[in-house]
Design a protein around this ligand. Structure first.
Ligand code: CTP
Ligand code: CA
Length: 237
């Protein structure tokens, strides 16, 4: 038994993973999007599946296909992702929010294509806030079949700026969101997005030392999934 637990640390567990970038429509042919490729989410799904988990994969726009052997729900917008994630989270032991969710969406979606005209002023796009799905997941937190409390994992892409460094912003985000683990990426325009390798720091709300993981997205995902397995199997609530 010890042996199989070691090789399949997520056997009998259900893991919900959101991945990719949401697209927020402006009209029937245009959207506001982001540079998320979905590769990290796919690598996480593969790692969780290989660790024995049943994986519910909520996929926004991705540049890569979803992996085999997982249950896929396709979504486009943040509001759709919210609905799918809250539903999939129900009965999941773990929820991983690796999707890049648009913070804002156009206040109005035109039913017809927006035309350029010489007789009217240039258009201004008004944006409204999308709900914070990670925060809602924390608020509705419920356990999976395994009995342990649900473990909720957020991702943060930070650049740091004149007001604060990457880790300072990430610590504040972890406390604000209330998730158990926060996986922090240091991003620039040429870093992380669409790349095959990655370097992250895993912050824990329980106050454990920040854990670094770097390598290919597969290696980083394996490290994240083993950390999650460790939290589920060894850390008491
Ligand atoms: N997230 C979410 N719902 C949103 C925005 C983000 O669930 N509307 C999730 C992301 O999937 C990620 C985490 O929250 O797991 C952190 O996302 P991030 O964009 O870094 O945080 P924000 O709170 O949106 O802060 P900001 O973009 O201002 O840095
Ligand atoms: Ca954001």
């Amino acid at each position: 038994q010890g042996q199989s637990d070691y090789q399949m640390p997520l056997a009998g567990r259900t893991v919900t993973i959101t991945a990719g970038g949401t697209r927020e429509p402006l009209d029937p042919v245009r959207f506001l999007g982001n540079r998320s490729s979905g590769k990290q989410g796919v690598a996480l799904a593969v790692a969780a599946r290989n660790a024995g988990a049943t994986v519910r994969f909520v996929a926004a726009h991705m540049e890569v296909p979803p992996p085999a052997g997982v249950e896929v729900v396709r979504v486009e917008t943040a509001l759709q992702l919210r609905e799918a994630a809250l539903e999939a989270a129900n009965g999941s032991d773990v929820v991983i929010m690796s999707a890049a969710v648009a913070d804002f969406r156009p206040a109005e979606i035109s039913d017809t294509k927006i035309k350029k005209r010489d007789d009217t002023a240039d258009p201004v796009i008004t944006l409204v806030r999308n709900p914070d799905i990670l925060q809602e997941l924390v608020e509705q937190r419920n356990g999976g079949a395994g009995g342990a409390p649900q473990l909720i994992v957020g991702f943060a892409a930070e650049t740091g700026d004149s007001q604060g460094g990457v880790l300072a912003y990430a610590e504040a985000k972890l406390q604000r969101k209330g998730c158990d683990l926060l996986v922090v990426n240091h991003v620039g325009t040429d870093k992380v997005f669409g790349q095959d390798s990655n370097s992250v720091v895993i912050l824990s709300r329980s106050g454990a030392e920040p854990q670094e993981a770097s390598g290919t997205k597969t290696e980083v995902s394996d490290a994240i999934i083993s950390r999650i397995s460790f939290e589920l199997n060894h850390v008491s609530p």
